[in-house]
Each structure stands twice: as structure tokens, then as C-alpha cells.
Design a protein around this ligand. Structure first.
Ligand code: NAD
Length: 298
């Protein structure tokens, strides 16, 4: 079992850290939110007065932070962790951030002898809690194999996407597709409801037909079709609209850089930006369902 430091204990990081504790690792956790720390310490993790203190004896340092600016500042900013992590340790950044920031952070750490992989995840809070996340890893084969000893305790599918930064590219491709599937599923369900169909019946039909997709199977956006999903809990918890809007911005930046055409992704980005600016940024991303609600516009 390994000495692990875990930084960022939000909707995703909290349950991921708990799974490492359950697997028997020595886990020191840190978050700016004292409550987030308490919630994981209750499951057997230790904590320290600062992130710097947490990482100093760790063989693996895992971060699960909101965006690239947080990752850059935690590792390379004033009193950054770069000056506190032991040479030879492996940093696993599982935050979804732009590949360029990830490459800068990783190569700067490497100059100090600290290893790095980008390892963003898919699977949502449900996957983080159940330990069934998919990890998309960018980095050397050696570091990928080394990281598997801890990633296996948090996920079911651990993919090596390619060199450093490739994990982040795979992640934005996946989330761009997810946003399109969610928006499409939401408008199809609203179309059915507007024409007298029961959303439970329609969901069941589509999930067994050619419209089947992940959102219909495990994350239905219509309230009360499924239990234990954000739509049945007033769109609380889960994956925030603001984070999906961020990921779609990253996808668009990636498309511009590679001169790729992404019309469906562009439309989804506009829909999510509009939904966020209407005051829904803190809700789960399945709340896009309400954008197509015919009743609310009459
Ligand atoms: P979150 O906002 O719930 O959690 C982020 C945590 O980071 C917060 O607890 C915050 O206090 C902490 N934090 C911020 N700055 C910090 C700092 N300097 N030091 C220590 N802690 C700090 O976000 P989340 O939903 O857990 O998502 C985290 C990352 O995972 C994001 O990049 C997101 O895009 C990605 N992601 C989220 C989901 C999901 O379903 N929520 C799914 C896949 C990927």
C-alpha cells in the first residue's frame, strides 16, 4: 500500500479519496473547504495544516481541482507544491484542464525530478463513489503502469491515451460528445412530453432503441424518471453546468488549434453558455432539460 496525498475533495475528489482509504492506502487529504476535509477524514484519511505538509512524504500526489488556473497555482504558484514534493514521486492530475497547462505543469515538475501524468476521468459522482470511473491517461508507459496501482482502486477502465496531454484531449472529445447527447436527449424527451407521452415510457422505449445512450441509461435529465440522479433531486450535486461550459470551451480551443470542424459541439457550447448565464451555473448539467420546457415559455 502507498502513501498518497489527495488535493481537492469536491463532488468527485471526496469519494475518490474515500475509495483509496478503503483500499488500505495511507491517504493525507487537503481542500480549502474544511467541511470537505472532515467528510473524508471521517472515513479514515489523515489531514495536515496545509497542502504542502500533506505532500511531503507522499509517493503519489493526486489532484482533483476545478480548472487549469487552480492546477497551475497549486503546483507552480507562490509556495507551490513543486518545492515540497519529493523527487521521484508521481503527480496524477485528474482535473479536467486544457492540455497546454497540463503540459507546462508536468514539464516544470519534471525539471525538479517529479514525475507527472494527466489522468482526467469520466463517470460522474456515481462512478467516483462506486469506484468505477474511466481514467484517460497521458504520459509515459512507465508512469501509466506505476499509477495503475492507485487508479485501479478508483476506476474500472484505465486507458493509456498517449503522451503527456493526450488524456486531456481524450477527455474534451468525450465531454463534447456527452453534451451533445444530453442536449439531444433533453429535447427528445420534451418533444414527447409536449405530445402527451409519459417520459418514463418514452425513456424506456428510446433506451432499448437506436436512440439509446449513456444519459438515458444512467443519468436521465427528466425529473422522477430515475432515482438517485440529479434531475430527481432538483438538479443538485452531479456535474455542474459551469464545469460543462468550461469543458466545451476547452473543446472549442482544441478545435481551433487543430482547425477541426465541430458544429454540434459549437451549438452545445452556446446552449450551455446560455443556460449558465440564465443563473443555472451551479446546477447539474442535465438541467439543460428545462431549456426546452415548452410549458415555461407559454
Ligand atoms: P468541485 O467544485 O465539486 O470540487 C473542487 C474542489 O477543489 C473544491 O472542494 C474546492 O474547494 C477545491 N479547491 C479549489 N482550489 C483549491 C486549492 N487551491 N487547494 C485545495 N483545494 C482546492 O468540482 P468537481 O465536480 O469535484 O470536479 C473537479 C474536476 O473534475 C473538474 O476539473 C471537473 O471538470 C472534473 N470532473 C467532474 C465531474 C463531475 O461529474 N462532477 C466528472 C468528471 C470530471
Amino acid at each position: 500500500m502507498a502513501n498518497v496525498a489527495f488535493i481537492g475533495l469536491g463532488n468527485m475528489g471526496g469519494p475518490m479519496a474515500v475509495n483509496l482509504v478503503k483500499a488500505g492506502h495511507q491517504v493525507c487529504v487537503y481542500d480549502l473547504s474544511a467541511q470537505a476535509v472532515i467528510d473524508v477524514v471521517e472515513h479514515g484519511a489523515s489531514t495536515a495544516v496545509s497542502a504542502q505538509e500533506c505532500v511531503k512524504d507522499a509517493e503519489f500526489i493526486i489532484s482533483m481541482l476545478p480548472a487549469g488556473k487552480h492546477v497551475a497555482s497549486v503546483y507552480l504558484g507562490e509556495n507551490g507544491l513543486i518545492n515540497h514534493i519529493q523527487a521521484g514521486s508521481l503527480v496524477i492530475d485528474s482535473s479536467t484542464i486544457d492540455a497546454q497547462t497540463s503540459i507546462v505543469v508536468g514539464s516544470t515538475l519534471k525539471e525538479q525530478g517529479i514525475e507527472f501524468i494527466d489522468a482526467p476521468v469520466s463517470g460522474g459522482v456515481g462512478g467516483a463513489t462506486a469506484g468505477t470511473l474511466s481514467f484517460m491517461v497521458g504520459g509515459s508507459v512507465e508512469n501509466f503502469n506505476r499509477a495503475k496501482s492507485v487508479l485501479d482502486n478508483m476506476g474500472k477502465n484505465i486507458f493509456h491515451a498517449g503522451e503527456h496531454g493526450a488524456g486531456q484531449v481524450a477527455k474534451v472529445c468525450n465531454n463534447m460528445l456527452l453534451s451533445v447527447l444530453m442536449a439531444g436527449t433533453a429535447e427528445a424527451l420534451q418533444l414527447g412530453i409536449a405530445n402527451g407521452l409519459d417520459p418514463k415510457v418514452l425513456s424506456n422505449i428510446m433506451s432499448k432503441s437506436s436512440g439509446s445512450n449513456w444519459t438515458l441509461d444512467v443519468y436521465n435529465p427528466c425529473p422522477d424518471v430515475m432515482e438517485n440522479v440529479p434531475s430527481s433531486n432538483d438538479y443538485q450535486g452531479g456535474f455542474m453546468v459551469d464545469l460543462m461550459a468550461k469543458d466545451l470551451g476547452l473543446a472549442m480551443d482544441t478545435a481551433v488549434t487543430s482547425q477541426s470542424s465541430t458544429p454540434m459541439g459549437s451549438l452545445a457550447r452556446s446552449l450551455y453558455a446560455m443556460h449558465a448565464s440564465a443563473g443555472n451555473g451551479g446546477k447539474d448539467f442535465s438541467s439543460i432539460f428545462n431549456l426546452f420546457n415548452k410549458e415555461s415559455k407559454e
